[in-house]
Design a protein around this ligand. Structure first.
Ligand code: GDP
Ligand code: ZN
Length: 437
């Protein structure tokens, strides 16, 4: 794995992942920071030609980055730490699994290679003391974990999650009490579906932009689902969808849906189902746009509580919105956690923001200055591309706005706060987050 981004074999990778997991938070933070920098430098070095093929790959297969951050991190683990653990192999037998459910002290784990729809394969595990202590960022639905059998069952639980393997991607938001602390609300998400509705509530492209930045930051891939298409006549619908052209231009898949179809039964959720086939996804978006309805429309047996139900039974939704992964045909895994509904930006520097607008990447290498912020600098290729229409003006505007916010306020909280301010405040229940990523 060290040379030329060659993928490691599975065994070697697991070993490096276990070493990484055993490191102190400081060491891990240092490795991630260095890996981020290395990757960003490599991105800068990459020439335009290479970028084009990468973009092509993104459109074709939905996954944009050829080498995820974690690969860079593991290379550093091998460089700095691998030798220390040669003889420290744990003598307990460890099995790999996937977290499909989570409460304060317990995780439901699906052993690797098992069919998630088969509930008899789900194993209830307690969390190791260390994991239970740092549940905010330590473990989330979607995490790959190592678990073991307990010598003595505790409260009828026979297994324990010992460690969490490094994540490929995550959906995180700052803690509402301490913005330097992040809460991971879902892990290893292939696609984050930003749900918007054409009307009620009306479509806000700026909100989409904020989600996009947060999604990029966690190394996830975005998609847009435009719901409630049944509420507009065809002509008006086409008109309303025009505001989404910049996203289409940026290569983001868009599915037009009607989770609760009216007279026009031609638009339902088939397009969305096709785009999500074989992927792990999470639905984010404004309250009331139809996130729950969409998941239910994909699979009628899910029975996720929708707005109308929740309004009549406010308390009851604590039990109906436990953190879980749902398995839907064809091979779709939907992560539904209360925290997903409120996710926002974690810590980010203005410099990092530059890498979170994928459609800029093709041009940044032609900017006169290496560290061009595409703001006031002369010879900026990004600005030129906005001028020639190759980058949408609306997206560039959003970039400048967010840049300004990060520079002046400096507090990422401001940005996430604005995402959150678009939510229905009655939907915000801190208790839910305490029990759950
Ligand atoms: P969430 O808060 O994003 O999960 O939204 P819900 O799924 O709870 O839906 C909010 C309301 O919009 C409910 O009353 C749904 O019945 C309604 N709704 C959801 N999707 C559609 C749709 O495609 N068309 C129409 N007409 N109503 C919808
Ligand atoms: Zn520039």
């Amino acid at each position: 794995m060290v040379a030329n981004n060659q993928p490691v074999n599975k065994h070697q990778r697991q070993k490096l992942e276990a070493v990484l997991e055993s490191l102190s938070k400081d060491d891990r933070d240092r490795l991630f920071a260095e890996a981020r920098k290395q990757r960003s430098d490599a991105q800068k070095r990459r020439n335009t030609k290479a970028r084009e093929s990468v973009d092509g790959e993104r459109l074709g297969r939905g996954k944009r980055r050829p080498d995820p951050l974690i690969d860079w991190v593991l290379r550093l683990v091998e460089r700095d730490f691998a030798h220390k653990r040669e003889d420290a192999a744990d003598d307990r037998e460890l099995v790999e699994g996937l977290v499909v459910g989570l409460t304060r002290r317990r995780a439901t784990v699906l052993p690797a290679g098992c069919d998630g729809a088969d509930l008899s394969k789900h194993i209830l595990c307690r969390l190791s003391a260390e994991l239970a202590g740092r549940q905010q960022d330590g473990i989330a639905v979607g995490d790959r974990v190592l678990f073991t059998t307990l010598d003595v069952p505790a409260d009828a639980v026979e297994h324990e999650v010992v460690s969490v393997l490094p994540r490929e991607s995550k959906l995180a938001r700052p803690d509402s009490h301490d913005t330097n602390q992040e809460r991971v609300v879902a892990a290893n998400v292939d696609v984050v579906v930003i749900v918007v509705s054409v009307v009620s509530p009306p479509l806000h492209p700026r909100l989409i932009d904020r989600y996009l930045v947060a999604i990029e930051w966690g190394d996830c891939t975005p998609m847009i689902a435009v719901n409630k298409a049944d509420l507009l006549p065809a002509g008006e619908l086409d008109e309303a969808l025009k505001v989404l052209e910049p996203y289409e231009q940026a290569g983001i898949p868009i599915a037009v849906c009607a989770a609760v179809p009216g007279d026009d039964s031609s638009v339902r959720v088939d397009g969305l189902r096709e785009l999500l086939a074989g992927k792990t996804c999470a639905f984010v978006g404004h309250s009331g746009v139809g996130k729950s309805s969409l998941a239910n429309a994909l699979d009628e047996s899910l029975g996720i509580a929708t707005k109308t139900v929740r309004e009549t039974d406010h308390r009851g939704r604590h039990t109906t919105t436990a953190s879980a992964m749902h398995f839907i045909e064809p091979g779709i895994r939907v992560i539904d956690t209360p925290g997903v509904r409120f996710f926002g930006l974690a810590e980010m520097s203005p410099d990092e923001l530059r890498w979170l607008f994928p459609e800029f990447e093709r041009f940044v290498h032609s900017c006169k200055f290496n560290d061009c912020a595409h703001d006031h600098e002369p010879g900026c290729a990004v600005k030129a591309a906005v001028g020639s229409g190759e980058i949408a003006l609306a997206r560039y505007d959003t970039y400048l706005r967010l840049l300004e916010e990060l520079r002046t306020g400096g507090k990422p909280k401001d940005v996430s706060e604005r995402i959150r301010s678009d939510f229905d405040p009655s939907d915000f229940d801190p208790d839910v987050f305490d029990t759950n990523g």
